[in-house]
Design a protein around this ligand. Structure first.
Ligand SMILES: Nc1ncnc2c1ncn2[C@@H]1O[C@H](COP(=O)(O)OP(=O)(O)OP(=O)(O)O)[C@@H](O)[C@H]1O
Length: 617
C-alpha cells in the first residue's frame, strides 16, 4: 500500500482513537501527521498486521505507539454492551510487547510512550510501561517489579525478554499486540531464534507490526513471525524517485588516502558548521582508542573547549551507555560542538533531534546499516548531512554505484584543504602521544588489527577487497609505530614494506614505558626475568657448544685414526719387508711379530673404547 495522499492533518486520521489519545497528540505539538503515521495508525489500530518500511526519521515510533496505546485503552476502558466495566488485567499478564535490538533504542521507545502517557487522565486505570534490558537489573528484579507494578506494555531486547518469559509467573495469553522495531535486524541471524521463540509464546489472534527503514532486508524470515495476511506500508522519500533516504538528508562521499582519514576528520570537525555530530568507527576498541586520542589532542591547543566528545560502544555497561547517550542528547550549552564517537550500536533508531552531521570513517560491513547510520541526521524534515570516507585508488569507489542500486544516492565532495604540514604536525603529535605511554600503542595495535578483521568481513567483498587494502596507510592513520605481525602482511608489496616494519624512526622497545607505574614496574620485572633467562639460555648454549665441539673432535679423531691406521700399515709393511729381508727363515720371530701386530690391535681397540667413554662425559 502506498502512503496516503491528501491532507496530513491529525483530524483526518481515519480511525477511532480514544479521546485522551487525540488530546495527547494535539499536546505533543506535531502540527501534522507524517505519511507513515497517516497510513499505519488506522491499519494497526484496526485489525491488520503491518509490515512498514519507511525512511529514517519519518516518525515510525509514534505510528506504532499510538495503535499500542489504543489497543491497551480498548482493553482497559471500553465498557461492554451492558455497560459493564472490563475485568482488570490479571497479575502476571501483559497486553503488549515491543522488541528492539538495542538497549538504547528500547529506552528511547519507552520515553516516547512516557511522553504520550503524560496526557492520560488521572482518574482512569493508569497505563504503565516496563523496560526489560540486560544488565540494568536482574531478571528477578524485573519480575518483582512486573508483579508489583503490573505494567501492560513491556519494551525489551530479545535476550532479556526470553529470560523473563521463562518465569512461570509471567503469562503471555493476554497479549493483544506485538511490535518488532528495526524488524530486519531482529530477524537476522543474530536475533532470529530468540525473536521467533518469543513470538511463538504469544496468542495467535494478536496483532503484529514490523517496522524498519530497510525491512526488505528481512526477506522471507518475515513469514516466521506468524503474521496474518499483513499489509505492507512503504513510504519512500518525497523528493526522489524511490530514494531510500529522506529528502532532507544529503549524503556525500569522500575519496581519500586512508592515511589522512583522521587528520581530515579533525579538519571537518573544526571547519564545518554543526551542533551535534556522530562519527562511526568500526569496532569498540577503535572508539575507545580514538576517543582517548581526540579527547587529549583535539581540544588541547585552545583555552576554551570547542568540542565535547562522547564515547559509546557495546562494551560499556548499560548504565554508562544510557548516560552517555542522554548526555549527548541534552548537550552542554557552553560547548559549541558535541561529537558522539560510536559503533553500530548507535546506528539504528537513535533519535537525537539536533544531530546535523554524521561521518563514517569506513562504510559498515552490512550495506543496509549504511542508511541507518546516515539517518541519524536529516530527521523529521530537518536538514542533515552525512559523509562517508572511501579509500582512494581502490575498488571502494564501486560502493557508490552499489548503493545507488539500493536507492541511496550520494554525491562526491571535495575534501577540506589539508596542508601536508598540518597532516604531519598532527601525526607527530600522535606519535608523541603514543610514545608517552606504551599502553596507548597497545590499544592502537588492537584497534588496527580489529579493523583488519572487520574489513575482511564486509558483505560486499568484491568492493572491499582485503587483498588490496592499504595496510601501511591505515597503520599510519592508527598512529602505529611499527606494523604488528599479522597474516595479512603478505598482501603488502615487498618493495613497500619498511625495514623491520617500523613506520617511522625505530625506537628501543625495552625503554618504551607504561605511564602507569604499577604496570611499568611489572614490565621491568618481566624484562629483567627475561634477561636472566637469556643469560642462562646463553650459558646452556655455550655448554652445548662445548659438547658439540667434543663431538666434532671425535669426528676429527676418527679422521686421525684413519691416518694412523694407514701409517701403521705403512710401518707394518716396512717391518714385514725388513723381516722378510733380514731373516726369512726365523718362524718364531714371525709369530712374535704377528703377536706384536695383534697386541697392537688390542691396544688400539681399548684406546678407542676410552675415546668413546670420554665422549659420553
Ligand atoms: N508527526 C510528526 N511531525 C513532526 N515530527 C514528528 C512527528 N512524529 C514524530 N516526529 C519526530 O520525528 C523524529 C523521528 O521519529 P522516529 O524516531 O519515530 O523516526 P523513525 O522513523 O523511527 O526513524 P528510524 O528509522 O531512524 O528509527 C522524532 O524526533 C519525533 O519526535
Amino acid at each position: 500500500m502506498e502512503a496516503q495522499k491528501g491532507s496530513l492533518s491529525w483530524e483526518n486520521l481515519r480511525c477511532d482513537l480514544h479521546p485522551w489519545i487525540r488530546e495527547a497528540i494535539k499536546s505533543l505539538g506535531f502540527p501534522t501527521m507524517t505519511p507513515v503515521q497517516a497510513s499505519t495508525i488506522p491499519l494497526l489500530s484496526g485489525n491488520k498486521d503491518v509490515v512498514v518500511e519507511s525512511v529514517t526519521g519519518s516518525g515510525k515510533t509514534l505510528s506504532f505507539a499510538i495503535p499500542v496505546l489504543q489497543k491497551v485503552s480498548n482493553r482497559l476502558y471500553n465498557v461492554d454492551e451492558e455497560g459493564e466495566q472490563p475485568d482488570p488485567v490479571k497479575r502476571g499478564h501483559m497486553l503488549s510487547i515491543i522488541l528492539s535490538p538495542t538497549r538504547e533504542l528500547a529506552s528511547q521507545i519507552q520515553s516516547v510512550f512516557t511522553s504520550v502517557l503524560e496526557y492520560l487522565p488521572e482518574d482512569v486505570t493508569p497505563i504503565k510501561t516496563q523496560l526489560l534490558v540486560g544488565s540494568l537489573s536482574t531478571v528477578r528484579e524485573d519480575l518483582d517489579r512486573f508483579l508489583n507494578d503490573r505494567p501492560q506494555i513491556l519494551i525489551a531486547t530479545p535476550g532479556r525478554m526470553l529470560d523473563f518469559l521463562s518465569s512461570q509467573y509471567v503469562k503471555t495469553n493476554s497479549v493483544e499486540i506485538a511490535i518488532l522495531d528495526e524488524a530486519d535486524k531482529l530477524l537476522d541471524f543474530s536475533f532470529e531464534k530468540d525473536v521467533v521463540n518469543i513470538l511463538k509464546r504469544l496468542p495467535k489472534q494478536r496483532r503484529t507490526g514490523l517496522f524498519s527503514a530497510t525491512i526488505s532486508a528481512a526477506g522471507n524470515t518475515i513469514f516466521r513471525t506468524g503474521m496474518n495476511n499483513p499489509v505492507k506500508v512503504a513510504v519512500k522519500s518525497k523528493s526522489s524517485n524511490g530514494n531510500s533516504a529522506p529528502s532532507s538528508l544529503h549524503i556525500s562521499y569522500l575519496m581519500i588516502n586512508p592515511e589522512r582519514k583522521i587528520t581530515t576528520l579533525i579538519k571537518i570537525l573544526h571547519e564545518y558548521r554543526y551542533k551535534k555530530c556522530i562519527v562511526y568507527f568500526p569496532t569498540c576498541t577503535s572508539v575507545k582508542y580514538f576517543y582517548s586520542v581526540f579527547h587529549k589532542l583535539v581540544n588541547d591547543e585552545k583555552e576554551e573547549e570547542e568540542f565535547k566528545f562522547y564515547s559509546l560502544h557495546g562494551q560499556l555497561a548499560t548504565k554508562p551507555r544510557l548516560r552517555t547517550l542522554s548526555g549527548f542528547t541534552e548537550g552542554d550549552a557552553s560547548i559549541s560542538k558535541h561529537i558522539l564517537m560510536t559503533t553500530d550500536v548507535a546506528a539504528r533508531g537513535i533519535d537525537v533531534p539536533d544531530v546535523d552531521l554524521v561521518i563514517q570513517i569506513d562504510p559498515p560491513i552490512d550495506p543496509d546499516v549504511f542508511l541507518h547510520r546516515c539517518g541519524r541526521t536529516g530527521r523529521a524534515n530537518k536538514v542533515g548531512r552525512a559523509i562517508v570516507m572511501l579509500n582512494e585508488n581502490s575498488t571502494e569507489e564501486d560502493y557508490i554505484g552499489f548503493m545507488d542500486v539500493k536507492g541511496v544516492t550520494m554525491s562526491q565532495m571535495e575534501p577540506p584543504k589539508l596542508e601536508t604540514t598540518e597532516h604531519i604536525k598532527f601525526q607527530n603529535k600522535l606519535r608523541n602521544f603514543m610514545l608517552d605511554d606504551r599502553s596507548r600503542h597497545e590499544i592502537a595495535i588492537k584497534s588496527y588489527v580489529g579493523f583488519v578483521r572487520y574489513y575482511t568481513k564486509h558483505m560486499a567483498s568484491s568492493i572491499f577487497r582485503y587483498q588490496s587494502l592499504d595496510y601501511l596507510g591505515i597503520a599510519r592513520m592508527y598512529g602505529l609505530l611499527r606494523l604488528p605481525k599479522m597474516p595479512e602482511a603478505k598482501f603488502i608489496p615487498k618493495e613497500d614494506m619498511p625495514e623491520d616494519a617500523w613506520l617511522g624512526e625505530p625506537i628501543n622497545m625495552d625503554n618504551y614505558a607504561y605511564a602507569d607505574k604499577q604496570k611499568e614496574k611489572s614490565r621491568l620485572d618481566n624484562l629483567e626475568a627475561e634477561k636472566q633467562k637469556k643469560i642462562s639460555d646463553a650459558k646452556r648454549r655455550k655448554e652445548l657448544k662445548v659438547k658439540n665441539e667434543a663431538w666434532s673432535s671425535k669426528v676429527e679423531t676418527k679422521e686421525t685414526r684413519q691416518e694412523r691406521r694407514e701409517k701403521m700399515k705403512r710401518k707394518r709393511d716396512a717391518i714385514e719387508k725388513q723381516i722378510m729381508e733380514e731373516s726369512s727363515e726365523d718362524e718364531e720371530t714371525e709369530v712374535d711379530w704377528k703377536d706384536i701386530v695383534k697386541s697392537n690391535k688390542k691396544a688400539k681397540s681399548s684406546s678407542s673404547g676410552m675415546q668413546g667413554s670420554f665422549d659420553d662425559l
